[in-house]
Design a protein around this ligand. Structure first.
Ligand SMILES: Cc1ncc(COP(=O)(O)O)c(C=O)c1O
Length: 394
């Protein structure tokens, strides 16, 4: 008799390697005040370690994807290559918690942010000549300032609709020269090509950055660090072949420079879930509606209004509804009065959740909790929980 062979799907494989949250138990779900997010620090650390290993370079963490201070504290030892900070608020979260390199990166840094960054010995990622002038004009510091020049590889390549960040080589040379004249250590470059670009564009981006860095190094000298950005998807680990190809292409640059990448969603997305409770159900013609105590006010991204096609996710309902033979459309809606407040769907449901059941939406660890329409209708903010970890013996 043949043994039963269970083929793991990518979700199961990721969970087994610690790269994805294992389902929350009833004991974990029952006491939650909903709507809520639950983040799993062990998964964050595992994902950072795995992405770093897949790249074979340093890996900087973009705090904008998840800036929960307690989560940062639980992961900070793993984040030894540094943290990228985009606001003075994020800098406030990192100061006192992060001893690794703190990179500040925002084209619109005002004097208060620039001074706070200088005072806490951050590395400036310089977006323009104008910003270089303002950094050069900051009051003298006890420790020598450090800066990376941000390059716009998209404009240099002539891609359609490039973003507006960074400089081309002439401006970068001028900014680097000015900063060095002000005794700033300009030691490398930064070239983020955009979120979600890795799968489709990493090799072309790498080729363009290599050309730009070589030219800059020739004209400025003294550069030994290159942050290539990243654009990793939340499920990057499901396509390992992309990394093998990319690592081979990185090798010539790695011989001459210390290389880094940076990531937000690739580290945090699969390390968090959104939990909301069913407060009412009804039927409208063929459609069954499940109204929840949280929605687009606490998790705007679930409403999927930003894509060309609205594609809703199917939550895990706990306990699982009793199933009949008939299939029907189920819509999970949030607690606001907006008709856009549809946060989930199941087009072939066989059972209807009951009032009090919980709906768990996976992969909500990056951006979902912060990139949302808080204050809408004065609805309550989501509670933020960290999943308990087993105590580690001292
Ligand atoms: C400069 C920079 N680095 C990193 C990130 C993080 O992107 P992701 O979360 O897609 O990795 C962003 C996102 O906007 C960014 O602008």
């Amino acid at each position: 008799m043949n043994a039963h062979i269970h083929v793991l799907d990518s979700t199961e494989r990721s969970a087994r390697r610690g790269l994805r949250m294992t389902p929350l138990t009833r004991q974990e779900l029952d006491p939650l005040e909903t709507p809520a997010y639950v983040f799993d620090a062990a998964v964050v650390r595992a994902r950072h370690a795995a992405l770093r290993a897949a790249l074979g370079t340093q890996l900087v963490v973009s705090l904008k994807a998840n800036s929960l201070a307690d989560l940062l504290s639980r992961c900070v030892l793993q984040f030894a290559d540094g943290i990228e900070l985009a606001s003075i608020g994020e800098l406030g979260t990192a100061v006192g918690r992060v001893s690794a390199t703190r990179f500040v990166n925002n084209p619109t840094m005002d004097d208060e942010f620039l001074k706070a960054a200088a005072a806490s010995n951050c590395v400036f990622i310089v977006d323009s000549m104008e910003q270089a002038r303002r950094i050069a004009a900051l009051p003298a510091a006890r420790v020598r300032r450090r800066a990376l020049l941000r390059l716009n590889a998209g404009v240099a390549r002539g891609i359609a609709r490039p973003d507006h960040f960074g400089m081309l080589t002439d401006e970068a040379v001028a900014a680097g020269t000015l900063l060095r004249a002000a005794d700033c250590n300009v030691y490398g470059v930064h070239a983020f090509g955009g979120s979600h670009t890795f799968s489709a564009d990493s090799l072309a981006h790498l080729g363009a950055v290599r050309g730009l860095v070589d030219e800059l190094a020739r004209r400025l000298g003294g550069l030994d660090f290159v942050n290539l950005g990243g654009g990793f998807a939340e499920d990057w680990e499901d396509r390992p072949h992309e990394f093998a190809r990319y690592r081979a292409a990185l090798a010539p640059l790695a011989e001459r420079y210390t290389l880094a990448h940076e990531s937000g969603r690739g580290i945090f997305a699969r390390a968090g879930v959104f939990v909301t409770r069913v407060v009412a159900t009804k039927q409208l013609a063929q459609r069954r509606i499940v109204a929840c105590d949280g929605g687009m006010a606490q998790n705007f991204l679930l409403a999927a209004t930003e894509g060309l096609m609205r594609k809703h996710r199917k939550p895990l309902v706990v306990p699982p509804p009793e199933e009949g033979t008939e299939t029907f459309e189920l819509q999970f809606v949030g607690s606001s009065c907006s008709r856009q407040d549809v946060i989930g769907a199941d087009s072939a449901a066989r059972g209807v959740p009951r009032v009090g059941d919980v709906c768990v939406f996976g992969d909500c660890g990056a951006y979902n909790s912060s990139y949302t329409v808080s204050n809408f209708l004065s609805l309550p903010a989501a509670r933020l929980y960290l999943r308990a970890e087993p105590a580690v013996d001292a």
